[in-house]
Structures are given as structure tokens and as C-alpha cells.
Design a protein around this ligand. Sequence first.
Ligand SMILES: [Mn+2]
Length: 442
Amino acid sequence: MAIPRHSLRGFLAYAKGALRSSIDSSQRVTLVIGNESADLDSMTSSVLYAYLRSMAPPHNAFTQLYIPVTNIPSSGLRLRPEFLALFTYANIEPSHLITLDDLPDLSVIQSKLRPENTRWILVDHNALQGQLGQIYSARVEGVIDHHEDESKVPEDTGCEPRVITKSGSCTSLVTEYCREVWDLLSGSGTSSGAAHGQGHGLSDDVAVVKFWDAQIAQLGLASILIDTANLESEDKTTEHDIRAVEYLEAKIISCPQLSAEFDRSLFYKRIDSAKKDIAKLKLHDILRKDFKQWNEGNQKLGISSVVKPIEFIQKKACEEANTQPFEPAHLEALQKFCKDQDLDLYAVMTTSTSPEGQFQRELLVWAFNDDAISAAKKFAADANEELGLEEWCDSDGNAHENSSDGHWRKVWWQRKVQHSRKRVAPLLREAMQQAHNGGWAT
Ligand SMILES: [Mn+2]
């Protein structure tokens, strides 16, 4: 039997407790996990899917309960001010979110959470990375994603989805996949029996369910608006996003407590400015807060996405190192980050707005050994046109290409701004594979 209808807050508390007792008593669990950058889209995709699916699981589901996991330790939540801003709309707190801290420690996870007792559904990625991937990849039996298909999830996923398609936000695809079930649930809210006495001052169950629906709809809506710039980015917005926004907005508008107040653009602006409010964070945290890594052969690639320009990184590093502006403190900071992460090849992708109001991207690539240098140079040559790479100069007019001590580093403007890490990562990985196969001589 499906679990009764809860508020999101109630559901997360229930799921967290159920996960703990399933681990303690070696019971089956179904985990819905976003990618390791744990951005807003990954978090809301897993929460939305797990929440709706748990209220109406398919009849042959592995378990009735679907547990949403945000793919970072809970300490990472403080690096994501947009999460905190959004949580207030959904009446949840950081402690409600289920994170890697709620899974057994990696050193013992295999014995405490036996692979055969688990089923994994991937949202916002389609290949389970890192140690979790090494242990549980064969237990992945469902995916909803908008990244390039790595062909790691089996073609036949049984009663779970295998949806990998282009969209601005993965949350749009989750919304689309679940909307039929959600409509049924909203219609049957009065018979759930879970909606009594919730203290909202609402007189009937229908109103309570509408309020819960509106809370979760705001959670989903935030990601889609962030990922498509309030549906205004032509490069990113797809039909999936437009339809999902209409659907979620309708849920918010039909809730009497919220309909009068709700203003989509204002809502977007609030979450977006929270996301960009990273001035208080340490540079190290800024680099790791939206970070992804991959292994190609014996080489490790890492890419940080940063919502501020390189100039911001330079200033931040100088402040922290207490040096004069424009001394290369940021290079030391970046290099230390790479060392900590044990990277052979590193990229920083920045996004910012020009003084004229244009969306812009910079790309820094840094290779730390000969193989990585071959790959980086191959990438620079092959991807030059597709990404619109153009030499970047700092405010003194100096280009930023450096080759010394067995390193190579270069910074570009990426003029084809439609290409996010979703495209840049595969291009770098391809160059690494080809350089590794000896197809390129330095
Ligand atoms: Mn995404």
C-alpha cells in the first residue's frame, strides 16, 4: 500500500526515519539520487519524484517508499544559499533533506546497505559516479535525465522510467513524467485520511492538499526557472520546461493562500539572487559547491561551475591571501583545490552578466601533467569553433596562457554561451580519451 499523503515536511521526516530503520534491519530500499554537483535541479528532481512516486508506486515496485537523496554531505547545504531561500517556500529546513550523511559511512556501506537490497533511480545524471557507482551501478533501474546518454542505465528499466532527453531542467521531465499520478493524487486528497488537523487553519482536506501541492510545486518551479532564466533563455528553454512551468504555476495559483501573493518573476528573482549571493563563502567552497569529476583512463578531470566572473575569483583570492589586487593569489588557490581533489585536468566555467547586460561565459583549463596537457590542447583545437573560444585578457590586457613546470593553463571567453558543462564536459572527456589513445602528439 502506498504511504498516506503527507506534506513535504512530513514526507521527508518519514522517509529519513524509514531509511534509518531499513538500514538497521537490512530491509530493501529504493533511492532516488541526483548528481554529485547537488545543484537545485538535482535536489528538486529527486524530491519531487520520490514524493509523488511514494504516494502512488507502481504495483510491482521494489519498495513502496522512494527515498530522495541529495548527493552531498549535509555540510554542503550551507554552500547553497538558494536551497535555504527555497526551503522557506516549502516549509522545510536543511535538516529535513536526506543527504549522504544518512547513508552508512562509505568504508562500511557495502555491508550495511547490501547492493541486492537496493534499487537506485538516477535523476539529473545517468551514470552513478564515485564510490557509490563502483558499488551500486548494477542496481540502477531507472533514470530521468537531460544530460548526454552514457549508456550505463539498462534499456529495459521495468516499471521505472528511462527518460533521457534534452530539456532546460531535469525537474521539467520529472514533472511531466509524474503529472498524471499527481493529478490523481490531488483529486483523491479528501480520502487520504492523512490531511487532518495540520494546523494551517484550513477547514477542509481539499484545501490542505492544495496547500501541500502548492508548496511542492514551488520547489519544482524554482529549478526550472533557474535553469531557463525564467523561461527567457532561448538556448535552454524547451517545450518540456514551458509545459512544466504552466502546470506547476497552476498548482500554486489554485491554492487560495498563495494565489493572490504569487508573482513568478519575483519568485525567480528571489531564488536567483540567493544563488548568486556567494560573497560570504570562501573561495575553496565556491569551487567545490558546483563541482563534478570524472575518471578517464588513469586521468581525473574536475570542473567547477561558478556564478561569478574570473575577476571575482581573483579578488576573492587576494582578500583571503591578504595580497594586493591582481597578484596571482587565485592561481595558488585553484592549484591547491586541484591538489586536494587529486586532479590531472581542471576547468572552471564562469557565468556572469556584462556591463551591457549580456550573459557571458569564461573558461579556464589547467592541465597538470603531460597526458593532461595533450588532452587540454586537443580540446582547445577541436572545441575551439563549437564553443566559440576567444582569447581572454585580464584588465591589464594580458592574455592568460601559461606553460611552465610541466603545467599548461589557458583562459578563454566562451562566446557560444549556450554550451554549459553538459557540453563542455563531454568535449573534455573525449579529448582525454583520444589523447590517451595516442591520437595526438604535443
Ligand atoms: Mn540539471
